[in-house]
Design a protein around this ligand. Sequence first.
Ligand code: ZN
Length: 428
Amino acid sequence: MKELKRKRRIRTDRLLMLIGACILSLILVFGIVSKLFSILNPSILSKEFAKANMEVKLEDDKVDSNVYSKKDKDSGEKLIYAIHLPKLKSDEANQKMETFVNQILDEKAKVTHIDYESNQAFSQYKSYVIQATTYESVEDKEPLNPIKTEKLYINFDKDELITLEDCVREKVISQFAKKNEVSEDQIQLVKINESGVVMDVNGKEENLAYDKSSFVMNNENIPSLLKYEKIHVEKREIDPTKPMIAFTFDDGPSPGNTERILQALEKVGGRATFFQLGYLMEIYPETVRKVVESGSEVANHSYAHDWLTEKSLEDALADIQSVNDIAFSITGNEVKLVRPPYGAYNSAIKEGITEKVVMWDVDTRDWESKNTESIIKMTKQYSYDGAIVLFHDIHSATIPAVEELITYYDELGYQFVTVSELYEIKGK
Ligand code: ZN
């Protein structure tokens, strides 16, 4: 009995093996046939061209490969395509890729080859560089036009497209632009590596290694001064034909007072500029963030209200830089304006900084009178369309005066603008 059972088992095993082998060879034959079909169809495509994939691709990429030819309706010519594209999850990225591909297809070159390269850094960032090359014939080695590229960078944590501004501090980008004598939009992100980013500076590749003061990426492996999430401020339209006024508040942040001013401004859709002290920003970061979140502007009023003109130039510039870095670390936004304490500066300080130095047109002398009625009177008496008005949000008498003045000027049709907005409109 035992022997019989063993024999029967062997026969079953053999049968299974035979079936398995049949299935395997079927799959193999099917694979070869379909591969051959894709290469030979259209027959003019050389094997090399059909396989001309770019080498650098991520292993987990899903690739959409399309090799085909078609007759152009208008010219009757045969057009050949080899298109290899990644399948992406982000709608935004897919749309951008589609727009690029359609632009290339519209050119109706005789031979079009679209392919891509992909890279990954810290499992969070993926980059796809899509490249389109067109030829006069399949045998040609020289492309018809310069190779066109479209670059997509995706933050996979959020499934969002990212730009150079999401990686590198605005300040660093403008410094690069200045150094290379190009405009900021001629600098683009090429690649995100584990050691830094690669930028395209007007056709020239530049590496920028990760360092604390240059990057804004939200990744534990990338050093950054940024301690909070970057606040994105929407640019708004100002009507240049209507009157406007720039209220400015020095010596804060002053929790409670600063928020009351922001609330009053919010009621009329207004914005203002807050020239703050570095050491107070460090103590009250939440108030600093509220200013920027509301659309108002945080600017530099030195670290501790010292006379900058009494410091060495080196120390004065370091003082200003330290406040810029503090503001940046809290909001992710760059400071664009500096108002030196007591309005005291010299030409060496002015030349040593990239920020604009801002004085005032109207001094409400709130620091002297500390009287609400007097502050209102001074402001109404001296202010005009386009004026920069000086207040201090650390004085409690200033707050009700400002609340009343905001209503007053709003009813007169004034727009409350930041100093940067005012300068932009005035072309300063
Ligand atoms: Zn001051």
